[in-house]
Design a protein around this ligand. Structure first.
Ligand code: SF4
Ligand code: SF4
Ligand code: SF4
Length: 314
């Protein structure tokens, strides 16, 4: 039985009424997430282009749900369970021991996406099934950079595991270059990144951990309706201006990353969604390192980081 057949088999055995899994996107080689029923199981597929994190979608569903989860997806699911946003007993998790996913942008620079029918991994190569025949490229050329530093390729939580458990990386060597810079150089670097941000909020929309109904850094998201009085409107906090500029963008990003302290699952959805290709994972990774070194908190702990901070104050 191949990987996809095993996934389908386990989803079937779960008996769950609803299934969150990947299905092929029409006229493109990649997969997208879908909410399915048992009768749709034959549509389920999986490949190194099954990149998205299903955790956010799970928060919208009630009852028993079976879900296909890579290592970073499982990290997000466990975090949402810790935060009371998901119930473990409602989930059947088909965990995938993950070798990494393909960076769609890198792939599109190598091949015309509309020519690719499907992709699969064979050893260290990606096999592209093309309109006319097959092509092979080294996986190392197209793997997402985020996956090179993945600590949890094997899901930390699952009901059944597909594939052999694999070790992740436990260092922060990806941050060395930034850490060697002086404080001024680092500030320059980040400001030059933030000034490219168009504040489209895509990074926030896709993040499984950004689930607040009202977001403090997005005035358009605050609960102002046509019925709101001038007093209501005036009483809402406005931390940053409506115009997009490097300094206000910096506030947006600093607040967003701080809200993820001890929480980021490392899925990379934020970077993937960013139309301006900002290196958002580097910010999150740095914060993860600080949380580990300064507060001694490990993401694998059963209690949320903020609860632990309360205890440290005792
Ligand atoms: S971050 Fe880890 S688990 Fe997630 S896709 Fe990359 S290798 Fe897989
Ligand atoms: S997705 Fe990119 S451009 Fe949009 S708000 Fe986030 S960082 Fe800025
Ligand atoms: S901040 Fe980015 S990497 Fe972290 S959980 Fe959110 S989308 Fe995933």
């Amino acid at each position: 039985m191949n990987e996809v057949e095993k996934i389908r088999e386990e989803l079937k055995k779960s008996g769950a009424e609803r299934i969150v899994a990947f299905v092929k996107k029409e006229n493109e080689p990649r997969e997208v997430l879908a909410v399915l029923s048992q009768k749709d199981i034959d549509k389920v597929t999986f490949s190194p282009l099954s990149v998205n994190n299903p955790a956010k979608l799970l928060m919208q569903l009630n009852g028993k749900v079976a879900v296909v989860a890579k290592g970073c997806d499982a990290m997000a699911i466990r975090q949402l369970i810790k935060e009371g946003k998901l119930k473990r007993e409602n989930l059947f998790i088909v965990g995938i021991s993950c070798r990494g996913v393909i960076d769609y942008r890198k792939l599109s620079k190598i091949e015309k996406l509309s020519e690719i029918r499907e992709v699969r991994l064979e050893g260290e190569e990606v096999v592209l099934k093309m309109r006319n025949g097959e092509k092979r490229i080294p996986f190392a050329e197209v793997i997402e950079e985020n996956c090179l530093y993945c600590e949890h390729p094997t899901p930390v939580i699952y009901d059944v595991l597909i594939g052999e458990a694999r070790e992740g990386r436990k260092d922060f060597s990806d941050l060395e270059k930034l850490e060697k810079m002086s404080r001024e150089e680092r500030w320059e670097y980040w400001i030059s990144q933030f000034e490219r941000c168009i504040r489209c909020h895509a990074c926030r929309s896709v993040c499984p951990l950004c689930y607040c109904e009202e977001c403090i850094v997005d005035p358009s998201n605050l609960a102002i309706s046509p019925m709101s009085t001038a007093e209501d409107k005036a009483s809402y906090p406005r931390l940053l201006g409506k115009t997009v500029n490097a300094k206000d963008n910096a506030i947006y990003h600093i607040i967003r990353v701080l809200h993820h302290a001890g929480r980021c699952s490392g899925c990379g959805e934020c970077e993937r969604a960013c139309p301006m290709e900002l290196p958002l994972r580097k910010l999150e990774r740095k914060l993860e390192k600080v949380v580990k070194e300064v507060f001694g908190y490990d993401l694998n702990e059963d209690i949320p980081f903020f609860s632990k901070l309360d205890m440290l104050g005792d």
